[in-house]
Design a protein around this ligand. Sequence first.
Ligand code: NAD
Length: 428
Amino acid sequence: MEITVNAFQMAQAQFDRVAGLLNLDPQVAEMLRWPMREFKFMIPVRMDDGSIRTFFGYRVQHNDARGPSKGGIRFHPAETLDTVRALAMWMTWKCAVADIPLGGGKGGVPVDPATLSTSEKERLVRGWVDQMWRNIGPRQDVPAPDVGTTPQMMGWMMDQYSKLVGHYSPGVITGKPVGGGGSLGRTEATGFGVIYTVREAMKHLKLDPENSWAALQGFGNVSQYAAIGFVDLLGGKVACVSYWDRDDRMAYTVSKAGGIDPHYLQSITDQYGTIDKDKAIQAGYTIEDADAWIEKDVDVLIPGALEGQINAESVLKVSDRVKLVAEGANGPTTPEADEVFKRNRVFVIPDFLCNAGGVTTSYFEGVQNDMNYYWTKTEVLERLDTKMTQAFEDVREMAERHGVFMRDAAYMVAINKVVQAMELRGWI
Ligand code: NAD
């Protein structure tokens, strides 16, 4: 059944608005409103009990004017061609705003991976590559992990591709395990990238990080390293983090009066981002309700869990002290909440700029694979800092020049870069 407002329609509407602000030639806009290529294919898999189950796979290459398409593969029951199209388009803008020479792509399989055994998962991902190998590759389209897919699956996919092309080809896919072609620093990359942009925004807003407090939503990969970065790299204090408790099936906020120790909390957090609440209480932490994080009297809010968390209702709980919102998660602020932030002059670092550290380090992984030479973690993070700082500056400068908010400015920077590449290649 087709849903009325779907992700792809939303992605097109966002694009149309900024294309209007840029006075983009309607013929060029039409080219960018649609993916360049879409693949839908069948993947029959022999299950452990001997039966054959038919899966369907998708890959969408939205635009590759700036370089090979880049984007993850999602295994999720709600995946549709339209969610994959939207995510592919957003990847085009994310790679362009981060100024990495890649285009936008995304893939998916509608499946709940928790229902498959390890060997069924392996056969499914190898089957995905069997169908797509002619249309992916280090110079064509480079997938990566996303919701429901893991570094191990990327390792199997890289192996299958290498067998089919007849030579070792690690650069076909990123997010591989370290030691199997993966990059050091990938684990920290998104969260630290968030903090590099926070640091630049605080300079711009003349806020002193050492006298600043932050509150975070979520305590998974992104939020853990954003919290660690805020404390260790900037010298700030973190009032609280929140998380989804898988046993209690509800979310909580974990806080401490003098500021939390993110390293300690990380040591009592499982791989799904659930904190051991009893250990936290024993260590002097307070457990508050799910929304407490958004109400804290802090300078910086970092939503790092889910989409739609700062909405028309919850935005009214945000303290007047908040000057900066750094969107670690994808789509955490709804358009209604965005309007409130604009009115209250809260500075927002938009998601596809703020959390671009992940894809930037995936790009570094591909570069290292190409050279067959691997950087130290320090080298990776230094290069990431340079890229994120420049990306932030480009967007801030665009916002100032055109008197627009950071989200619109980020779209403007991204679309301009893609259009310029299309011009230089003679497509338009
Ligand atoms: P994750 O699964 O590692 O962590 C998610 C965290 O959110 C967990 O701590 C979980 O307990 C918490 N959570 C879930 N529901 C919650 C709720 N209702 N209230 C409070 N906390 C809740 O995920 P992640 O990789 O950290 O990704 C987080 C967000 O960042 C997602 O929007 C993702 O798309 C985006 N993102 C991630 C990366 C990356 O490299 N990991 C890159 C770009 C964007």
